[in-house]
Design a protein around this ligand. Structure first.
Ligand code: SF4
Ligand code: SF4
Length: 288
């Protein structure tokens, strides 16, 4: 089972929830940081990293000697990453999405595969929890290709034995967030009950609903704001699976990089119950 912890906006407590959920998960679990632009799940889970590998995307390298300037590659590329400039074919590697189409279509084999570094993928263990994380290279504009590299490693890991995955997804509803939740069985939306929080929460529900995934909600900083999120969830039939109180001790623990579920029995109970509800929601047995 794969659970993506997502949120319409940054700062709602998504990583807090992902770290706590992983720490109490009743079955073997992997914690995966797919927020590759600002990964920080490691600050909470404090994993021992066993390997860090660079990840690359394939980009075309033109061979001027073989190119007849036929223009097929330029016509094909939807991203304007390859262009004809006078007597030359130029590639703009930072704009290339690595589809490989131009390399495949070139009738003269005048484009060969080169590479652009995307960032790094780290693997390790945080106690009993397997840990995976991507970190985007400074200056790299596209996060989905690196996220796919992290997911590739996750699927390899899931293929080696029964393991569930808790994914810390990027915030928002743009391409990276959608990429992160697409592979999950359950999307857990973390929302805060403020006017901004409610606005962005609704955007997230609307953005993810077309994927027809099972969705649940955690309200963080419960007690703030008004009852708009409760009302909305009731109207659209979204279950609220947990409420984390607005509490100074939680904010202090967060600022020190502590896992909130480890603060006291009551909070551990909140997250254990959340884990059980998520498993029940997807029809799975907590002890399978
Ligand atoms: S690999 Fe794809 S995205 Fe990159 S330049 Fe070629 S056609 Fe464009
Ligand atoms: S498809 Fe090949 S031959 Fe044609 S312009 Fe591109 S690189 Fe040159």
């Amino acid at each position: 089972m794969i659970v993506s912890v997502a949120s319409g906006k940054g700062g709602t407590g998504k990583t807090t929830v992902a770290a706590s959920l992983a720490s109490v998960w009743p079955r073997p679990a992997a914690a995966v940081d797919l927020d590759v632009e600002e990964p920080n799940l490691d600050l909470f889970l404090d994993p021992r990293i066993a390997s860090t590998q660079r990840a690359y995307i394939e980009v075309p390298v033109p061979d001027p000697a073989g190119c007849t300037l036929c223009g097929s590659c330029v016509e094909l590329c939807q991203f304007k990453a390859i262009s004809r400039m006078g007597p030359s074919i130029l590639v703009f590697p930072e704009m290339c999405h690595g589809c490989g189409g131009c390399i495949g279509i070139c009738p003269e084999n005048a484009l060969t595969p080169g590479k652009r570094e995307l960032g790094t993928v780290a693997e390790g263990m945080a106690g009993d929890i397997r840990f995976l994380s991507g970190r985007l290279r400074v200056g790299e504009a596209m996060s989905p290709p690196l996220m796919r590299e992290v997911l590739k490693r996750l699927f390899a890991l899931l293929g080696r034995g029964p393991t569930d995955a808790i994914i810390d997804a990027p915030p928002g509803v743009s391409c990276p967030a959608v990429n992160a939740v697409m592979e999950s069985d359950v999307i857990l939306l973390v929302a805060e009950p403020t006017p901004f929080g409610f606005h962005d929460f609704v955007l997230a529900v609307e953005a993810f609903a077309p994927f027809k995934k099972t969705m649940g909600v955690v309200i963080n900083r419960a007690g703030l704001g008004d009852g708009s999120i409760h009302e909305y969830c009731r109207d659209v039939g979204l279950p609220i699976l947990a409420e984390i109180p607005f509490d100074r001790s939680i904010a202090e623990a967060y600022s020190r990089g502590r896992v909130v579920a480890s603060l006291d029995e009551r909070l551990r109970g909140v997250f254990s119950e959340l884990a059980a509800k998520l498993l029940a929601l997807s029809g799975e047995d907590a002890h399978a």
